[in-house]
Design a protein around this ligand. Structure first.
Ligand SMILES: NC(=O)c1ccc[n+]([C@@H]2O[C@H](COP(=O)([O-])OP(=O)(O)OC[C@H]3O[C@@H](n4cnc5c(N)ncnc54)[C@H](OP(=O)(O)O)[C@@H]3O)[C@@H](O)[C@H]2O)c1
Length: 285
């Protein structure tokens, strides 16, 4: 009897967990997606395309200062019933917990989570370092906090809500977490050096995301995690560094997000824990 319990209990628990995932799938036709870091740039474009390309999809857009997010407010005017804007600052964990509570109360589940935020430079605070001499403890810590720690805490608090459903477009058998990384976070691809804080923080994000994907798989939670490099995209983040970008290699946010949504929509369970560029090519660690 004891043997029966030991062997059967985990299987029973798994089937209960699956039943819970499946029952929530029908709640929101078109699915519920969350874009964290949605005030501008790539995150804002994700919100725009998720709303525009899926006539029934619901989108939660989070940002530090919803009152100042004029482009999001404009989208809210167009998509009043399907867009919800919530405050979330990655450096303040209680705002992440409050956002998770609001998602739970309003939707009960989340099918797609995109961590789109990120910092490379912050005037008078963080400059991408061209040499080790310019590395400051405060810069390293801030980049880690915003680019690696914050997105990880977002996944932690949204985890109980991540369930099977419509996602961005299609019905699928798992929820998706997509973290915006950067090719410069690849150790294998690092031939240039520099940008110590940004590079290392993205490398940390890659390892944390891979680690989370392993844990979800081990628990048989139907959630996959992928890392995405958007290419060099014409946003505030890249503005100071666009001079050396070769002709034709500076993408619009619209083009990059179209490509990234293609990867998200076609992601398979076997893609979990992998790092993809905008064109679908896998990037080495
Ligand atoms: N653009 C590129 O060429 C490029 C290339 C490779 C990778 N990426 C990655 O792609 C992602 C999006 O970049 P982007 O080009 O769209 O950058 P962006 O235009 O500078 O936007 C960055 C976003 O991150 C948010 N953010 C910053 N600090 C935050 C915090 N403490 N809490 C919550 N949100 C915060 C910003 O919100 P506020 O408006 O409140 O500041 C903004 O919405 C980033 O992860 C970036 O590293 C971009």
């Amino acid at each position: 009897m004891l043997k029966f319990l030991i062997i059967k209990a985990p299987i029973f628990m798994r089937s209960v967990r699956r039943a819970q995932f499946c029952s929530s799938a029908v709640q929101w036709e078109g699915g519920v997606s969350m874009v964290q870091g949605a005030s501008r740039g790539i995150g804002l474009e994700f919100v725009r395309q998720l709303l525009g390309r899926n006539a029934k999809g619901h989108v939660i857009a989070t940002c530090r200062n919803p009152d100042g997010a004029t482009d999001l407010i404009e989208l809210k005017r167009q998509f009043a019933d399907r867009l919800n804007i919530l405050p979330l600052d990655l450096t303040n964990e209680s705002t992440i917990e409050e956002a998770a509570a609001a998602v739970k109360d309003n939707y009960g589940s989340l099918n797609l989570l995109i961590n789109a935020s990120g910092i490379l430079s912050v005037p008078n605070v963080l400059q991408p370092e061209t040499t080790l001499r310019k590395v400051e403890k405060s810069s390293l810590m801030l980049a880690y906090e915003v680019n690696a720690v914050g997105p990880t805490l977002v996944i932690k608090h949204m985890w109980p809500l991540l369930k099977v459903g419509g996602g961005s477009r299609t019905e699928r058998e798992f929820a998706v977490v997509a973290n915006m990384s950067a090719r410069v976070g690849s150790i294998g691809d690092n031939g240039l050096g520099g940008w110590h804080s940004y590079r290392a923080s993205k490398t940390a994000l890659n390892q944390l995301t891979k680690n989370i994907s392993v844990e979800f798989a081990r628990r048989k939670d139907p959630i996959i995690c992928i890392l995405l490099h958007p290419g060099t995209v014409d946003t505030d983040l890249s503005k100071p560094f666009q001079r050396n970008v070769p002709q034709g290699k500076l993408f619009t946010a619209e083009f990059s997000v179209q490509k990234l949504l293609g990867i998200i929509n076609n992601a398979k369970a076997s893609d979990s824990g992998k790092f993809f560029a905008w064109d679908g090519q896998q990037i080495p660690w």
